[in-house]
Design a protein around this ligand. Structure first.
Ligand code: MSP
Length: 676
């Protein structure tokens, strides 16, 4: 059996876990479960990062010892993982004795090899980032990451000769293009490595920080938290082997968020090179969950707690939403609206509805047992073929960690079952006794296709799938059961009265309202999102219109835009634009348009798109100081109340610049031109 070892980052023990942390660990759980389904011998490790200044300070504030503090706080993560249904094989804490011993042993090895040296060092130190910055890196005299105060420190420290590995690392990345996934992240790292690599300061004097692992060769110092924490990936499995007795290391994947790509792909890999330990097979960096366009985080006040969602709508709905709505590598926005929309459309309308239709007809007309398929016709065969193809494709995608795409593929099968039911209309067939064999065959084939779809979804929604399969008269049967093999005669179990996936009543049941924003201007009600245009077609019924597909980061939409006279398809394809995303959808000559792209007038009817070139896809723009608080839907007359105008190539509402985090929305139209 092939071994599969997967890790998540070790979360800082101080922070209350939010949806961002929950996502990485859930992703680990889902990937791990798919690999189990595929027959791998799996090991998933997660844990907490427990040393460092912030822990020391938080403990002092509470008047407890740092150890007592971390003993309590790591439980927040363990409890959340239990609530989210995460099945890990090991929870490692950097305060575990075995880990501490391994770190000290690694330091001795590097010291003996001459990979570590000491020197006097001075620089601007940020307590909140726990690192030094060069003068040139400071922004307004503050640390450039968190914007917090820095202090000038002069002290002796120990350094790891990281710079010596620069060339080897570059060569490794070039020769192993799959080492960092997705591909564009590898290019980012290579870009970073074009600058000379510095040596890494790996110590902190005890006079300043006591809460850490003492350096074995100088007990007046403790180990830098990152140097300590990264070693967990190896220390946690030194005594672990696969069922066939092979070492677990090297890991198959380190799952991380893009925020910690450098520490993993540069610090960690060079540390391993120096320690002469093989490198992990892949580092997979996912994007961020955004809230209001910003990275969700405690410090920015944008953290969202997953618990109210789990409590209100069930753990499996949460698992489904975050896995489905984040395309690996890209950022995604977490909004109640997207959450409800996704669950209602995929789970209630498609999966729940298909299951409901089939099981109700079988319970009412077939004595609750799956009928035999006696009259097999072309459309039944088509459904079977599609189901078999879906199984093969999805298993492939999940093995290559294309989770959201794999789910979409499964949902394609579910939608095909519903379409098949609509065409065959078993509710009509049942009325004609001559057509009974057709009726039976239809239900048998639809139930079987649904069984396969549910089985494929098991790693995402284990509880709902168990219930759904029971309603189809069966249980989860693992990989062997992923073949077309109708359960003729199996007895169905009636499901819950309200259906397996009750619709979410949007207005009534909203959990965790977003932080209140005072609305003083109609400009705040607009949802102006940065999008990328992914497809351009001409509207067959309207010569002025294009039908565009646009990507909002976590969602794809269709928009009809009156740009044909002004712009060629090549001016639009793969370009960024700004969508008024909460405009009430409308049909334009038979085609749905979900929003409107902003454009400015150059001359009589000739338009140019507003251009958010520096702003990331998915970002929510606002007008200067007016914090955006978009209404769920607005009318065009609401938009009329917010006249947007071009001044010196930038878009303004009155004197407020439209943009995102200081980056302006541009528009190459003359001064005074209206933007809409
Ligand atoms: N302790 C370090 C990691 C050491 S690994 C040896 C750390 N901890 S953290 O608590 O800040 O967690 C970082 C990880 O949490 C990110 O890399 C990511 O996996 C996850 N996320 C935290 N915020 C996130 C979002 N807003 N969105 C998605 N994931 C994010 O860094």
């Amino acid at each position: 059996m092939k071994s599969f070892y997967l890790t998540t980052p070790l979360y800082y023990v101080n922070d209350a876990p939010h949806i961002g942390h929950a996502y990485t660990t859930l992703l680990g759980d889902v990937i791990n479960r798919y690999h189990k389904l595929l027959g791998f011998d799996c090991f998933l490790m997660t844990g907490t990062d427990e040393h460092g200044q912030k822990v020391q300070q938080a403990a002092a504030k509470r008047n407890v010892s740092p150890q007592q503090h971390v003993d309590e706080y790591n439980l927040h993560f363990k409890e959340l993982w239990t609530q989210l249904g995460v099945k890990y094989d090991k929870f490692i804490r950097t305060t575990d004795e075995a880990h501490k011993a391994y770190v000290r042993q690694s330091l001795i090895k590097l010291w003996d090899k001459g990979e570590i040296y000491s020197k006097d060092y001075s620089g601007w130190y940020s307590v909140s980032e726990e690192r030094f910055f060069d003068e040139s890196e400071l922004v307004d005299g503050k640390d450039p990451i968190g914007g917090k105060a820095v202090e000038w420190l002069e002290e002796k420290n120990y350094f790891f000769k990281m710079s010596a590995y620069q060339e080897r690392l570059i060569q490794y990345l070039e020769e192993n293009p799959e080492f960092i996934v997705p591909d564009f992240r590898k290019n980012e790292v290579l870009g970073f490595l074009r600058q000379p690599l510095q040596d890494l300061c790996i110590s902190r004097p005890k006079s300043r920080l006591e809460w850490g692992i003492p350096l074995p060769f100088d007990e007046d110092y403790v180990t830098y938290v990152w140097f300590d924490a990264l070693l967990n990936y190896v220390s946690g499995v030194v005594d672990k082997t696969s069922t066939e007795g092979e070492a677990r290391w090297p890991a198959d994947y380190h799952l991380i968020g893009k925020d910690i790509l450098t520490t993993h792909s540069v610090y960690w890999t060079t540390m391993l090179m120096a320690l002469e330990i093989p490198l992990p097979k892949h580092i997979l960096a996912h994007g961020w969950w955004l809230n209001g366009g910003a990275k969700m985080s405690k410090s920015s006040g944008t953290a969202i707690n997953p618990i109210p969602y789990i409590e209100a709508f069930g753990v499996d709905s949460f698992r489904y939403y975050v896995m489905r709505d984040m395309v690996l590598g890209q950022d995604a926005s977490f909004t109640d609206e997207a959450y409800f929309r996704r669950l209602n459309s995929d789970l209630s309308n498609d999966l729940g509805n298909g299951l409901n239709r089939v099981t109700k007809l079988i319970l009412t007309h077939c004595e609750g047992r799956i009928p035999e398929a006696k009259l097999w016709e072309a459309h039944d065969e088509d459904l079977k073929t599609l189901a078999q193809q879906t199984v093969a494709k999805v298993l492939d995608m999940m093995e290559s960690i294309k989770i959201s795409q794999g789910i979409e593929e499964i949902m394609g099968l579910v939608r095909a079952v519903n379409k098949y039911l609509e065409i065959r209309a078993p509710w009509k067939l049942v009325k004609n006794p001559d057509l009974l064999p057709v009726f039976h065959t239809t239900l048998c084939a639809a139930a079987e296709a649904l069984r396969l779809a549910f089985t494929l979804l098991e790693p995402i929604m284990p509880e709902k799938v168990a219930a759904g399969l029971a309603m189809l008269g069966t249980t989860f049967g693992g990989k062997e059961s992923l073949v077309w093999n109708p359960n003729e005669g199996a007895e169905l179990k009636p499901g819950p009265q309200q259906g397996l996936f009750p619709r979410i009543l949007v207005e009534k049941e909203k959990p965790a309202p977003s932080p209140a924003v005072e609305v003083t201007s109609p400009a705040q009600l607009l949802e102006l999102r940065v999008v990328e245009i992914t497809q351009v077609e001409e509207h067959p019924e309207a010569e002025a219109l294009y039908i565009l597909q646009v990507n909002l980061g976590n969602e794809q939409r269709q928009v009809c835009a009156g740009l044909r006279k002004s712009l060629a398809p090549t001016d639009l394809l793969n370009k960024k634009a700004v969508l008024l995303a909460n405009l009430k959808p409308a049909k334009l000559r038979g085609q749905i348009s979900q929003g409107m792209l902003l454009a400015g007038e150059i001359s009589e009817g000739r338009l140019t798109l507003a251009n958010p070139s520096e702003i990331a896809v998915g970002s929510l723009l606002s007008a200067g100081d007016l914090k955006a608080a978009p209404k769920s839907q607005i009318k065009i007359t609401d938009f009329d109340k917010v006249p947007l105008q071009v001044k010196e190539g930038k878009v303004y509402f009155e004197d407020q610049l439209i943009g995102f985090e200081g980056k302006p929305l541009l528009c190459a139209a003359p001064d005074g031109a209206e933007v809409r």
